[in-house]
Design a protein. Structure first.
Lengths: 116, 112
């Protein structure tokens, strides 16, 4: 019973394609996140989202868009993939802000994206 | 500039030896502090966290960390390292604006 799951685990695709990465959490959390980990292992937040607001890191290209069909899911859609998008993408979740444990984030296993 | 610093990119220790991984932060107020571990090809697993209270916190897998306000540090320690501890370790903070920031990571190699 994985807490935060992502699919696919690996994704290899051509430049210019559009792809989606799915994320699901069964923790009952209200806030979900997407992070990008580059080849040097540096982790950078891309989005945080709950049912009230979407916060976008200003450095994220608008080719990237989060889509949330419901509270337990936050998918990442990427248009017109570029070589530089190759990275590991992590989904995470946390309780809604205001709780005692609000800032503890639980991460998925990651999706390794390679753009050729 | 506000930042999270892990000064050691790579550390090698012998199995059974003690370990200390350093983490320093530079934020005006004490942020929430975390250590995560990433095994090869895996996601991030939370080891421990500090919000307030006792400055020595215990985590999973025998790890502990000590918050030192005067040094703006939150170093991770383990008295006896096991080969399975070989991984990448990330210090993370959540400052007042609720945006989690990660250090660059420290890669731990364990020698037999």
């Amino acid at each position: 019973d994985t807490a935060v799951s992502q699919t696919p685990k690996y994704l290899v695709t051509q430049m210019g394609n559009d792809k989606s990465i799915k994320c699901e959490q069964n923790l009952g959390h209200d806030t979900m996140y997407w992070y990008k980990q580059d080849s040097k292992k540096f982790l950078k937040i891309m989005f945080s989202y709950n049912n009230k607001e979407l916060i976008i890191n200003e450095t994220v290209p608008n080719r990237f868009s989060p889509k949330s069909p419901d509270k337990a899911h936050l998918n990442l859609h990427i248009n017109s993939l570029e070589l530089g998008d190759s990275a590991v993408y992590f989904c995470a979740s946390s309780q809604e802000r205001g709780g005692v444990d609000q800032e503890t984030q639980y991460f998925g296993p990651g999706t390794r994206l390679l753009v050729l | 500039a506000q930042s999270v610093t892990q000064p050691d990119i790579h550390i090698t220790v012998s199995e059974g030896a003690s370990l200390e991984l350093r983490c320093n932060y530079s934020y005006g107020a004490t942020p929430y502090l975390f250590w995560y571990v990433q095994s090869p090809g895996q996601g991030l697993q939370l080891l421990l966290k500090y919000f307030s209270g006792d400055t020595l916190v215990q985590g999973i897998k025998g790890f502990e960390a000590e918050f030192k306000r005067s040094q703006s540090s939150f170093n991770l320690r383990k008295p006896s390292v096991h080969w399975s501890d070989a991984a990448e370790y990330f210090c993370a903070v959540v400052p007042g604006n609720n945006d989690m920031r990660f250090g660059a990571g420290t890669r731990l190699t364990v020698k037999p």
